[in-house]
Structure formats: C-alpha cells, structure tokens
Design a protein around this ligand. Structure first.
Ligand code: HPA
Ligand code: MG
Length: 240
C-alpha cells in the first residue's frame, strides 16, 4: 500500500462511456440465469448486471468528486421514468455510500421523478411535456442532475434540457447509463457522464423496455428479430 494516497489522486475515473465494440456480439445466454418467459426472445447478454453495477459505482464516485466542489447546496437528482428507475436508484445509493464513507466532503441530494412525453408539434418539430413536477419554477437557481437510461437519437434530451433551462436552474448536468452509436444518424446530444456506448442494437433489461416488456430482466440483452416481432405494438400505438 505504499504510495496509495498518491495513486488515488492520480486515478481519474472516466466520465465518457466504456465502448462496447460492434464486433462484440455479447455472451451466450446459457451462461446466465434468465427468466423463462424471455429466454426465446433474446439473442445474447451484452452487458451483465454485475458490470453495470461496477460502472455505476465508478460513475457515482466521479460525479461525487466533480460536483461536491461546485455544489455546496442540494443537488436535485431527477429520475427520467420509467426506463431510468433502476439506474437512478443504484446511482443515488452509490453516491450515498460516498457520502457515508467520507468525512472530508459531501454532496447533499434531493430526489425528483419525471416522465417525458414527446410529440411532434404543429411546426413538425419535437416538443415535450414534463409530467411529475407540479411547479417547475421550483427549479429556479437549483443544481440539477438529470438521470436517464439511454440516449439514442438525443432528440428527447435536447428538448428536455431546453425545456428545463426555461426555469433557470443554476446548473444542469446529464448522466446517461447508455449512449447509442447510431449507424444512420449522428446522435445530437452528448451527456456529461455516460456509462457505456453500445452498438446500434435495440437493448433491453435493467428497466429498459421494448413496449413495456423486458424491464423485469437483470442483464442488458440484445433481442432476437423474433422477439421484436412477437412484442410489436399493432396499429402504430405508441408506448412511451
Ligand atoms: N432500448 C430501450 N429503449 C430505448 C432504446 C433501446 O435500445 N433506444 C431508445 N429507447
Ligand atoms: Mg422505453
């Protein structure tokens, strides 16, 4: 343990995502304990639950070190439901661990939960409604950390951040567990903190859904085409 304090200071946790390469097809299903009701719908396990937890612990540590300096007041941790609920819960509890174990610094938090409904407005641009906070003007002069499951096109996050900026919070940081490396379009939003960059597959599990299925799955998995067909919503019914 010689030089341990020096090494600790030099250890800098990445805020940018751990890249899962296109060439990585995931782990075979039969090495994992998976719910029977989804086994036939999945192709592979892309990111096991344990790795998700380890990366969240590292993100919590990085966020704690970055934000306690700037934020002596409460940090409002804003959970974007539904997909963000497990990430939010694990991230907040890991920041709480940092708070409990350190006597030299702290990061007080308060918790908010929102849902975002997006639609195309009459000017054919993306518009959103924020549901869950009755009075958004309470965000005035506050520090915000938006906690999101996945940034795919980035369109929703751009609109959400723009909407929240209207209420003049002092700072807004965004953490997303996943960012998607899109092959067609470029993603238009880069979060301040991200857990993993994933290939352009539809991923499910750990509260991420496909039409409300697969939230009750621990690991981050890639779906089979047959699974996508099986749970497809008819008539273009949009499920958020
Ligand atoms: N999985 C689940 N939800 C999503 C995804 C995804 O890959 N992209 C955007 N929302
Ligand atoms: Mg969803």
């Amino acid at each position: 343990m010689a030089n341990s304090s020096k090494n600790m200071e030099q250890h800098h946790i990445e805020s940018s995502p751990l890249v899962i390469e296109d060439s990585f097809e995931g782990y075979p299903l039969n090495y994992f304990n998976l719910p029977l009701h989804y086994r036939d719908d999945l192709k592979s396990v892309l990111i096991p639950y344990g790795l998700v937890q380890d990366r969240i612990e590292a993100l919590a540590s990085r966020i704690f070190s970055d934000l306690h300096i700037h934020i002596p007041e409460q940090l409002i941790c804003m959970c974007v439901l539904k997909g963000g609920y497990r990430f939010f819960s694990d991230l907040v509890s890991k920041i709480q661990n940092e708070n409990r174990l350190r006597n030299d610094r702290s990061l007080p938090m308060s918790l908010e939960f929102i849902r975002v409904r997006s639609y195309v407005n009459d000017r054919s641009t993306e518009a959103i409604d924020i549901i869950g906070i009755s009075d958004l003007s309470s965000l005035n002069n506050k520090h915000l950390l938006i906690i999101e499951d996945i940034i795919d096109t980035g369109v929703t996050m751009v609109a959400l951040k723009k909407e929240l900026e209207k209420y003049n919070p002092k700072t807004i940081h965004v953490v997303s567990l996943f960012t998607k490396r899109r092959t067609d379009k470029k993603c238009i939003f880069k979060p301040d903190y991200s857990g993993f960059e994933v290939p352009d597959h539809f991923i499910v599990g750990y509260a991420l859904d496909y039409n409300e299925y697969f939230r009750d799955l621990e690991h981050i998995c890639v779906m089979k085409e047959s699974g996508i067909t099986k749970y497809k919503v008819q008539d273009g019914d949009k499920v958020e």
